[in-house]
Structure formats: C-alpha cells, structure tokens
Design a binder for this molecule. Structure first.
Ligand code: NDP
Ligand code: 2IT
Length: 444
C-alpha cells in the first residue's frame, strides 16, 4: 500500500465516527500523493504524515452555566491545538449545536494549510462548543463565555494559541471572552482576535473574510480572462462571511441575488440590499423572513435552494457540506463558471470533482477564505507593536495577501502538472512550508 493510503486508513481506524475529519484528510492526502511519492521513503521514515494528521494536543472540557431561570446547563467544549510548526496555534471558536470533536478536528486540520498559505507566522488550531447562542439573552451568552474562558484561559496566550470567531462567535462573544481572560490572567494581551475596536481589534477584521474571498475570486477570474463586473452571483449563508462577500461583490460591480440561513433562503432579483441584511442579521439577530417582509422584490423560500438559481459565480458561505453533487449539476447546467468557498469545506468531494471536470474554476476554502485569519494575524501584529493601522492600510495588505495566495497555489498546481487544479495547488503549497518547518525542527 502507498504511504498516503496507509496513513489515510490509519486516520479512519484511529478516529472513528469523525466523518468530516476523514473527509478533510482525504482531500488533502489525495492532493499530496504526487509530492509524497517523489520522496516517499524519507517522509515515511520521519512519519511526517502521521504527525501532520495527529493534533499536537486536544483539550476537552465541560462548560457549566446558569440560564435566566436559574437552571444549570452543561455544554461540551473543545480546543484542538493541531500544529505549531510555523507559529502559535491560530483559529476560530465555533458555537453551534452540531459541534463535536470530529468537526473541530476537520476545521483545525484545514486551518494548518490555510494559515500556511497566508504567508504569515501562524500555526493551526480550532475550538468551540455545542452551545447554541441563538435565542439566548445577552446575560446567558455572557455566562457561557465566562465559564468557557475560565477553563480555556489555562491553555491559550498571545504567543501560544490565539482563538477568534467562527460560526456563532462574533464581536459580542469575543468581548465577553476577552474580559474574562484579562480578569483571570491579569494580562492585557492580544490573546483573541476579532476584538472590538476600542480594546485592540483591527479595522477591517469584520469585513476581511468576505472581502478577501472577493479579492481572490477577482484575481482567479482575471488570470482566466474573465471579469467579475456585471456578473450574477449566488451566495449561501447570511452571517459574517456572507454579508461582507455580498458587499464587496457589489462594490466590484456584480449583482448578488441570493442569501440563506439555517431555515430558508431569499431570492432577490434586484440584488441583495446589504444595509437591510445587516439590520436583520447583525442588529436584530432575526430570520431572513424579516428581510423578505421588508423588501418587495425578495422571495422567501423554506429549506435549501440557492444553487438552483441561474448564476455566473457561486460563493458558498454558510457551513460544511452544503453544496452537494446535485447542486453542482444544477450550477453547471445553468452556466455557472466559478465557485469559490467562503465557508470551510462547503462543497462535498464528488461535487468538487464534478465542477472541476466541467471546467468550473474552483477555489477551495483554505485559500479563498484565508483573508479572515490573515487579518487576524495582522491584528496580532498591531497588538504586539501597540499601534493600530488605518482601514486602508489593513485592506491593502489583505488584497496583496489574497492575490499572493492565488498565485502561490496556481504556481504549485502548474509545477506539479495539474494546471488549473486549485484544490491540489492549495494543498501542496500549504503543505510544503509546514513540512519543511517540521523537518527542520526535528522529531517533535
Ligand atoms: P456566522 O455564524 O456569522 O454565519 C453562519 C451562517 O451560516 C448563518 O447564516 C447561519 O444561519 C448559516 N448556517 C450555519 N450553520 C448552518 C447549517 N448547519 N445549515 C445551514 N445554514 C447554516 O458564521 P460565519 O459567517 O463566520 O462563518 C460561515 C462559514 O465561514 C463557516 O464555515 C466558517 O467556518 C467559515 N469561515 C469564517 C471565517 C470568519 O472570519 N468568520 C473565516 C474563514 C471561514 P443562521 O443565521 O440561521 O444561524
Ligand atoms: O476558519 C477560519 O479561518 C476562521 N474562523 C478565522 C480564524 C481566525 O483566527 O481569525
């Protein structure tokens, strides 16, 4: 059996009931086959792949908290410190009822390669809890966040592990967590990113993932003789990534006609009204039914369906495995020519292959959504030098980073004989830097 196949079998055997983790590992290892096979004995002797698929440390803990009626609840919480070869562990905290160890491991594994692609000194990690902030009062969310940080603070720090936001974790949650960290540890440091602007946050971090997605998409189109201006875009999700992807797409002259949430979706042929979307989702924390109710051009549909709408470009920005084979078929049949992932692993492997085989330009999340974590790293730099940069400075660095990421993965794909396969390019380019650092640092 080849080394790649051996390691994949070992991952499945040693990590039962973690299908998302298996999926993420399979996608990366398949891309790396060509690299590993060139140097198989050396990699095997160093157990390089076994080490890269095994987290350096996994923390599992309970989070007890009291609701507004005095009832005690207990949630499961996780922090997976996956790989610190190129920098302190860095990655978000997901708060969603679906969270389990396998999901956090898939996200942490992806983060290793994503963070490497940014070109910045950050290792890979991820965390979260099955706590659901939806429908909770601010006090309940604070009670959870304080209890969560009371345990997590022991394992993180500005030079060791720097968490941030993800699904369900936004500015409010980061604020409560930062306050509790400072209170317990007595240290004012950049231990979290995505902070508010009044206490060490970076301008443009809120916008960064969505904006970065569009900067990369624009470059990918440009390098393939296409232009984003005047194109029709479908977006899934209506959270942090989706909102700012929508805003930047419109600024670049495209028309965004859909958004979705966990219960339904909106088709707005006149183009999504971003100010209204922000009001509904960021201020009221309400459902998309409220968007549709306030806008006569919008249709609301229950369930899922954004991929059935005719478009040129599709940007999945909600969650993992939300774009399936049938969705890919519908997109191709309707003439879609580019897909870039704002979410982490939103496209299943068979859907990805179908899109690639049908000539759709496909950029994977670990490259396309890297603008968020890259700007988090810029926030860490600003915290270290105790200065803050202007919006324009951060935004322009973000643009450069996204353009560089695209060329890095495009070059890697060409070098290994897979021109246009941006999945392979991203995995290979991300891996090579981490592998070199791990090899240089010996068997640790
Ligand atoms: P938010 O919590 O702000 O928004 C998530 C959106 O996706 C919401 O519209 C939510 O619906 C929808 N959603 C979540 N879970 C599901 C589900 N199981 N089924 C259907 N819809 C769902 O999160 P973000 O925008 O921050 O994150 C979106 C994606 O982007 C995630 O994959 C995340 O890992 C990834 N990402 C985020 C980055 C960041 O900086 N925030 C950086 C890089 C990647 P509802 O409103 O009903 O909850
Ligand atoms: O998936 C991701 O890259 C994030 N949720 C952002 C992580 C970060 O540290 O900013």
């Amino acid at each position: 059996m080849s080394y790649v196949d051996e390691v994949y079998s070992m991952v499945v055997e040693k990590n039962p009931a973690q299908p998302e983790f298996h999926q993420a590992v399979k996608e990366v290892l398949e891309s790396l086959r060509v690299v590993i096979e060139k140097n198989e004995e050396a990699y095997r002797k160093d157990a390089l792949l076994e080490r890269i698929v095994t987290p350096e440390r996994q923390l599992l803990f309970r989070v007890p908290w009291v609701d507004d009626n005095g009832q005690v609840h207990v949630n499961n919480a996780f922090r997976v410190q996956f790989n610190s070869a190129i920098g302190p562990y860095k990655g978000g905290l997901r708060l969603h009822p679906s969270v389990n160890l396998g999901i956090i491991k898939f996200l942490g594994f992806e983060q290793i390669f994503k963070n490497s692609l940014t070109g910045l000194p950050i290792g890979g990690g991820k965390g979260g809890s099955d706590f659901d902030p939806k429908g909770k009062s601010d006090r309940e969310v604070m009670a959870f966040c304080q209890s969560f940080m009371t345990e997590l603070n022991k394992y993180i720090g500005a030079d060791t592990d720097v968490p941030a936001g993800d699904i369900g974790t936004g500015a409010r949650e980061i604020g409560y967590m930062f306050g509790q960290y400072k209170r317990i540890r007595g240290v004012y440091e950049g231990v979290l990113t995505g902070k508010g602007l009044s206490y060490g946050g970076s301008l443009a971090r809120t916008e960064a993932t969505g904006y970065g997605l569009l900067y990369l998409t624009e470059e990918m189109l440009k390098c393939n003789g296409k232009d984003i201006k005047g194109k029709t875009v479908v977006i899934s999700g209506s959270g942090n990534v989706a909102i700012y992807a929508c805003q930047k797409a419109q600024q670049l002259g495209a028309k965004v006609v859909t958004v979705s949430d966990s219960t339904g979706w909106v088709y707005d042929p006149e183009g999504i009204d971003v100010a209204l979307l922000k009001e509904v989702k960021e201020v009221k924390r309400a459902r998309l039914t409220e968007y549709a109710a306030a806008r006569s051009s919008a249709e609301y549909h229950e369930g899922r369906g954004v991929w059935t709408i005719k478009c040129d470009i599709a940007l999945p920005c909600a969650t993992q495995n939300e774009l399936l084979l049938d969705d890919a078929k519908a997109l191709v049949a309707n003439g879609c020519f580019a897909v870039a992932e704002g979410a982490n692993m939103p496209t299943t492997m068979d859907a990805t292959e179908y899109l690639q085989q049908n000539g759709v330009l496909f950029c994977p999340g670990k490259a396309a959504n890297a603008g968020g974590v890259a700007t988090s790293a810029l926030e860490m730099s600003q915290n270290s030098e105790r200065l803050s940069w202007t919006f324009e400075e951060v935004d322009s660095k973000l643009q450069n980073i996204m353009v560089n990421i695209f060329h890095n993965l495009d070059d890697a794909a060409k070098k290994y004989g897979m021109e246009g396969n941006y999945v392979a390019g991203a995995n290979i380019a991300g891996f090579l830097k981490v592998a070199e650092a791990m090899t240089a640092q010996g068997i640790v």
